[in-house]
Design a protein. Structure first.
Length: 235
């Protein structure tokens, strides 16, 4: 199977611009030859922010963002994973969702929930989906998912900060612990240069093999698409 990680430029001031940019990048990724089977967008790809600045998001706004991604999954016949805000009990909260090629949500998880990742069967075997900002203890997560027979871990993630033990820099540890492939998509600030020396994001989107070795990656200095072949067959 082929995966495309969309390292999306995210504008914290405009959800509409972020949605438009996300849909264009999905089209770009799916227009490639060969086309992907799975497209992964970053965490908080609607706002680029965590919880504090998101209080104005309404259920209709959240649902509209998700439905737009679902329509792209149906249009191109691909799996689409993304992190964006859902309204739960009246409050916006970060979530991750995986849409199947029919545009249906097959797994969803919310930030801070336990376990931090949900598993589902796909046409390429069992996948787990979770948010990169959650607490990923490799041994605990691997223990919780091992019985499910997970072959691929899909993680929409936030920008990563220098000095943090972020998942985008240690996905190889998760792959080795779970003996599965791991892909992590992160976003970048739209229109802003990255200054790693000044403490900004330092790790870009990556794919790791079952042995923890990187299969593909991209510098976090710019938006773009990371494509990789993962040896999982449909069946």
């Amino acid at each position: 199977m082929r995966v495309a990680l969309l390292q999306l430029g995210i504008d914290s001031r405009s959800r509409a611009a972020n949605l438009s940019r996300a849909l264009r990048m999905v089209d770009e990724a799916c227009s490639a030859d060969p086309s992907p089977d799975l497209v992964v967008l970053p965490e908080a790809c609607d706002t680029g922010q965590s919880e504090e600045p998101t209080s104005s998001i309404t259920p209709a706004m959240a649902d509209g963002f998700g439905q737009s991604l679902a329509s792209k999954a149906r249009e191109w016949g691909v799996y689409v994973a993304a992190g964006f805000h859902q309204v739960v009990d009246g409050a916006p909260i970060g979530s991750a969702a995986l849409y199947d090629p029919d545009g249906d949500v097959v797994v969803r998880c919310c930030r801070g929930a336990s376990p931090c990742a949900g598993a589902t069967r796909t046409s390429f075997g069992v996948w787990a989906v979770g948010l990169g900002s959650d607490r990923w203890d490799e041994e605990v997560v691997a223990g919780g998912l091992a019985d499910a027979g997970v072959r691929l871990v899909v993680v929409p993630a936030l920008q990563t900060d220098a000095g943090r033990r972020c998942l985008a820099s240690r996905g190889g540890d998760l792959s080795k612990a779970l003996k599965a492939y791991t892909c992590v998509a992160v976003g970048v600030s739209a229109g802003h240069a990255v200054d790693a020396a000044g403490g900004g994001p330092t790790v870009g989107s990556r794919v790791w093999g079952c042995d923890g070795a990187p299969l593909a990656h991209r510098s976090v200095s710019a938006s773009g698409i990371v494509s990789a072949e993962i040896p999982l067959e449909a069946g």
